[in-house]
Design a binder for this molecule. Structure first.
Ligand code: DGL
Length: 295
């Protein structure tokens, strides 16, 4: 039997950060149909408790699945992945792929032995992240910085607003200040040389981050690893993962983008302002996904 041609992939985030994962999925699986769900009613997740994040993630993914069945759910949000993966796997009978900050490749590749982890406040303080560092990066120094401002700036950028580089510079300054605190090691060799983008919003600011950095560093995100993992999961379920072998490629009008609020904290026009960017990601059908009243 030939593998089934067209997978449907559900992608979830609190906002637009998951678009950075979506674009990697679209490169790896260009024949797939995508359903993107943003829980903008509760954005940002990065300052909320694990219990709240889990409740909202379950509710949004549940409503998405009730509206459009998918073959795999990609939790394109580090904050939600650190809190809600076990609950999602328990509740829904389909595979769930989460995002893990690229700490392992960063620890393997650093020359100076100093790695930065830039994520939300929630992600940098979760036991999940400490376990990840303990498992893969015990031999290096990991500097953790949590930022809500950068999440907001990424959202604003996609709505067409300009980003002030000085604000970005201040957020990432702790990474570059580290060499002054480690005088016993001397200067350059013990400065940060690799920064992990442990929030899916941050690759949207890569140009600004590079401009704001005090010296060039390697920036690592998890997008392509998530896309590879998603393809492997689909392959295990007998779904075609080689776009060269398919007879039908999905067009943008078949993709759907859901928002849990049409008038979120950014204002009533915020979803409208995103439409041009969503079209660039081939998301041409944009709809409201109301959550149950008790969520
Ligand atoms: N994009 C999300 C992440 O990867 C979180 C942004 C937020 O809602 O704070 O962590």
């Amino acid at each position: 039997m030939n593998p089934r041609d067209t997978p449907t992939i559900g992608v979830f985030d609190s906002g637009v950060g998951g678009l950075t994962i979506l674009s990697e999925l679209q490169s790896r699986l260009p024949h797939a149909r995508f359903v993107y769900a943003a829980d903008n009613a509760h954005f940002p997740y990065g300052t909320r408790s694990p219990a709240e994040v889990t409740k909202w993630t379950l509710a949004t993914v549940g409503q998405m699945l009730a509206t459009v069945p998918v073959d795999v759910i990609v939790v394109a949000c580090n904050t939600a992945s650190t809190a809600a993966l076990p609950a999602l796997r328990q509740k829904f009978g389909i595979p769930v792929v989460g995002v893990v900050p690229a700490v392992k490749p960063a620890a393997a590749g650093t020359k100076s032995g100093v790695v930065g982890l830039l994520a939300t406040s929630a992600t940098v303080t979760r036991p999940y992240t400490d376990e990840l560092i303990d498992q893969h990066a015990r031999h290096v120094t990991v500097l953790k910085v949590g930022s809500k401002l950068l999440v907001d700036l990424a959202e604003a950028k996609l709505r067409g607003e300009s980003v002030v580089i000085e604000q970005v510079r201040q957020e990432i300054a702790p990474f570059f200040a580290y060499k002054h605190r480690s005088s016993e090691f001397g200067a350059e060799p013990n400065s940060v040389d690799t920064i992990v983008l442990g929030c899916t919003h941050f690759p949207l600011l890569l140009d600004e981050l590079k401009q704001a950095a005090q010296w060039p560093v390697t920036w690592l995100d998890s997008g392509s690893a998530v896309a590879q993992r998603t393809a492997a999961v689909l392959g295990e379920r007998g779904i075609q993962t080689d776009s060269g072998n398919v007879s039908r490629v999905v067009r943008g009008a078949e993709n759907i983008c859901f928002f849990t609020s049409v008038s979120d904290a950014m204002g009533a026009s915020s979803v409208t302002n995103l439409l041009p960017v969503l079209a660039q990601y081939d998301l041409l059908q944009v709809s409201h996904l109301p959550l149950p009243m008790d969520v």
